[in-house]
Ligand binder design. Structure first.
Ligand code: BGC
Length: 498
């Protein structure tokens, strides 16, 4: 029986499962039989949601084509499209010859990471790495620029103190690859101006400033003697990190708290790029594809979430496909179904009204549930939203999660095809006629198997079974950390092999 059909039937006495924490911390379930019926009204609400979120092939094709067109328009002139098409100043990619000790700082989402890498050239490659991760306190996300950069500099100072077995030749300052994962207008490989914050950050006093300058000032305040030799977006660092191992990597995509993509472009295909080209003739371009907006199947829940956000009207693609938002879209849909369709019985669970109470990892946890009575779904709903649910309600909840995640994964796939298609149009066979790798990273991609499956499915649908065999979509675990250190090495003030 389909869930829609099921929802129209009442279920006389289903087991309502309440989760309880035992003293050992293991979740136990107590079956409490109670009469429960899902209102007839919920079925059409689910159907409507599924229709509004549908991504049949023509929708995907339209998104892929519009993405290609927006890429071209953004390459032609600054402000030419929703896509900023930011020049990264990364004109040479790691070759494997890089040697020496380099640091990477990674600020971009809920965590901040600092890492050190000892590179040993072609033979030894990555000799050793060490890293530390700290979560960004919520209040820092809306603090002052000085507070945020002081926090980063302190974490770096603490980490640098514990030198370990890493060796810096005498007389040299440590060099840093700074991964700063927000829209930045690069002004050189080691400087760039923050255009705006995304992903819920609203730190005052940084927009319009050189973020390397902000970091340098904080390092001075903390007495740290290091220099930034490369400022990069996380997509760019991921591409560099993946390319270090595999020459076929052409595109990198982040699907985490936020989302974005970059790719390797021929400089003569970038009309807005003036001046002489370096010998490689290629550069990495950062799309900032979170700002894409054309042809997306959006619902009232997306629109309401956007209107209530700190950046209304902005980052629409990001708000449709990235980890920060999927849980919230689902929460809004579930709340509506509870209010208008009595999804959880007569009363509406109060906690479900709290914005962002349901997170994307909760959706993922529920979708991994394989028990007959959907125990994990029951316990997540209870723990997160205080909802006591019957089996039929849980099944509807799963349908809602799947609808939101399916749309997101499939649209992300269409975006990837849009990029590949653009490069292929310029140089026939360069992408589809050979093995081409898309390096993926980010918690959403890494930890949500259904998301990955939907993404791959949409790429295959769009490209067809034969062409899609040449496109390898690959998880590049922590490519970004090593990638930033590698870019610090390729742009080292002391030369590549220090
Ligand atoms: C930022 C991008 C970043 C992406 C993934 C977006 O919100 O604008 O610069 O690459 O998140 O971290």
């Amino acid at each position: 029986m389909s869930v829609t059909a099921m929802a129209t039937a009442t279920s006389p006495a289903v087991g309502s499962i309440r989760s309880r924490r035992s003293t050992s911390g293991v979740t136990r379930f107590k079956m409490a039989v109670r009469s429960s019926s899902i209102s007839l009204a919920v079925a059409p609400l689910l159907t409507k949601l599924q229709q509004d979120c549908a991504t049949p092939l023509p929708v995907l094709r339209n998104v892929a084509d519009s993405m290609s067109a927006d890429i071209r328009a953004g390459l032609a002139v600054d402000g030419g499209s929703d896509l900023k098409m930011i020049l990264s100043y990364v004109d040479s990619l790691p070759t494997g010859d890089e040697k020496g000790l380099f640091y990477a700082l990674d600020l971009g989402g809920t965590n901040f990471r600092v890492l050190r890498v000892q590179l040993g050239g072609k033979d030894e490659r990555v000799i050793a790495t060490e890293s530390e991760q700290v979560s960004i306190p919520q209040d820092l996300m809306s603090a002052t620029s000085e507070d945020l950069f002081d926090f980063i500099a302190s974490a770096l100072a603490n980490f640098a103190k514990k030198g370990g077995n890493f060796h810096l030749p005498p007389g040299r300052r440590s060099e840093i690859g700074f991964t700063f994962s927000f829209p930045v207008k690069q002004t050189s490989i080691d400087s760039g101006i923050l255009i705006k914050w995304t992903k819920g950050f609203s730190v005052s006093g940084t927009a319009g400033k050189d973020v390397v300058g902000c970091l340098n000032e904080a390092m001075d305040r903390k007495g740290i003697d290091m220099r930034v030799s490369a400022l990069v977006n996380d997509t760019v660092a991921t591409l560099a990190g993946a390319r270090y191992w595999d020459d076929d990597v052409m595109v990198a995509v982040i699907l985490g708290t936020g989302t974005n993509a970059c790719y390797v472009e021929r400089m003569d295909a970038i009309p807005k790029l003036q001046g002489d080209f370096p010998p490689s003739g290629r550069t990495i371009v950062n799309l900032e594809w979170g700002a894409y907006r054309k042809g997306l199947p959006l619902t009232v829940f997306d629109r309401d979430m956007d209107a209530a956000s700190i950046n209304p009207g902005e980052q629409i693609f990001e708000k449709t496909i990235s980890g920060m938002y999927l849980g919230e879209i689902a929460r809004r849909a579930l709340l509506y179904m509870a209010e208008e369709g009595s999804l959880f019985g007569k009363s509406v669970p109060e906690k479900l009204s709290m914005p962002f109470v349901l997170r994307t990892p909760d959706l993922s946890a529920m979708q991994q549930d394989t028990t007959d009575d959907l125990q994990t779904v029951g316990s997540v709903l209870y723990d997160v939203a205080g909802v006591e649910s019957a089996l039929n309600s849980r099944k509807i909840v799963l349908e809602v999660c799947d609808t939101i995640v399916k749309r997101a994964g499939r649209l992300a796939g269409a975006g990837i095809v849009g990029i590949l298609q653009k490069i292929e149009e310029d140089t026939k066979g360069a992408i589809f006629g050979k093995r081409t790798v898309v390096a993926m990273d980010g918690g959403l991609y890494e930890r949500y198997s259904q998301y990955r499956r939907y993404l791959q499915e949409s790429v295959t649908e769009l490209l067809g079974p034969e062409t899609s065999q040449n496109i390898v979509i690959e998880h590049s675990k922590d490519g970004s950390g090593i990638g930033a250190a590698l870019l610090a090495a390729t742009n080292s003030k002391y030369g590549r092999n220090c």
